[in-house]
Design a protein around this ligand. Structure first.
Ligand SMILES: O=C(O)c1cccc(C(=O)CC[C@H]2O[C@@H](n3cnc4c(=O)[nH]cnc43)[C@H](O)[C@@H]2O)c1
Length: 225
């Protein structure tokens, strides 16, 4: 399905993810550019902005931007190590205010949208999501962008309570989507993730990074094919 676009920018976080995607898309030549934009929403928003403006000034703007990489999967949603997820919602899941408990209500969370300061989600075009999911053999669902990787089962449950459609958690999708919205609208943005670990109690030794990177290459091979 990537061949339906003239110029595709794929934004990963780290070089290992970039290389996994670039290996799979090499046959598409300069139509697909892959960058390692840094870890977290701020780094990747800055990198994406730079790539978008450079391409536009060169007279070769992108007509699709993809946030890609490894992710945590929500096991309660049936998402497990090695699975591929295409986001139908790209959500800033921890951008807001923590609310203390009151006599009337338990502790809670208000998003910046709840607070009246802007948006906390981007919805990629459904037809592009469906085409990508079908081509990659992926499932769809919300992919949560967080600034702090979840490290307890309690936080995983809180995120799922707020976002029952959550399939995966990563750190960059919302930053990529915000940069595109600011500098290249209405260019569509996708997020494609392959799962390296379960969202919940932190156990870095259990992250299956090589398996997730291999799945990332496989997914992009299918998207390119
Ligand atoms: O150590 C390595 O070899 C290595 C190779 C590729 C990627 C990494 C990363 O640590 C990438 C961090 C990246 O992964 C996303 N991620 C993965 N699991 C989660 C999670 O459970 N919660 C949030 N983010 C996750 C995230 O987008 C990071 O940027 C290491």
């Amino acid at each position: 399905m990537l061949a339906a676009f003239e110029r595709v920018l794929v934004v990963c976080a780290v070089p290992a993810e970039r290389d996994a995607v670039a290996t799979a898309t090499r046959g598409m030549g300069p139509r697909v550019e892959v960058v390692a934009g840094g870890v977290g929403p701020a780094a990747v928003a800055a990198s994406t902005t730079a790539a978008l403006l450079t391409a536009r000034h060169a007279g070769r703007p992108y007509d699709l931007v993809v946030a890609a990489g490894i992710a945590g999967g929500f096991a309660a949603a049936g998402v497990h190590v090695g699975d591929t997820v295409v986001a139908d919602r790209i959500v800033a899941a921890d951008l807001g205010a923590e609310l203390p408990p009151t006599p009337q209500s338990p502790a809670g969370f208000a998003s910046v949208a709840d607070l009246g300061f802007g948006a906390v989600e981007h919805r990629p075009p459904p037809a592009v999501v469906s085409a990508a999911a079908e081509a990659a053999g992926a499932r769809t669902g919300a992919v949560l962008s967080v600034s702090t990787t979840t490290g307890t089962d309690e936080r995983a449950a809180q995120l799922l309570a707020r976002h029952p459609d959550a399939a995966a958690e990563a750190m960059e999708g919302f930053g990529v989507a915000e940069a595109v919205a600011a500098h290249s609208a209405p260019t569509p943005v996708l997020e494609v993730r392959t799962v390296s670990n379960a969202v919940g109690l932190r156990n870095r030794a259990a992250w299956r990074i090589p398996q997730a990177l291999a799945a990332l290459s496989t997914a992009f091979g299918k998207l390119a094919g």
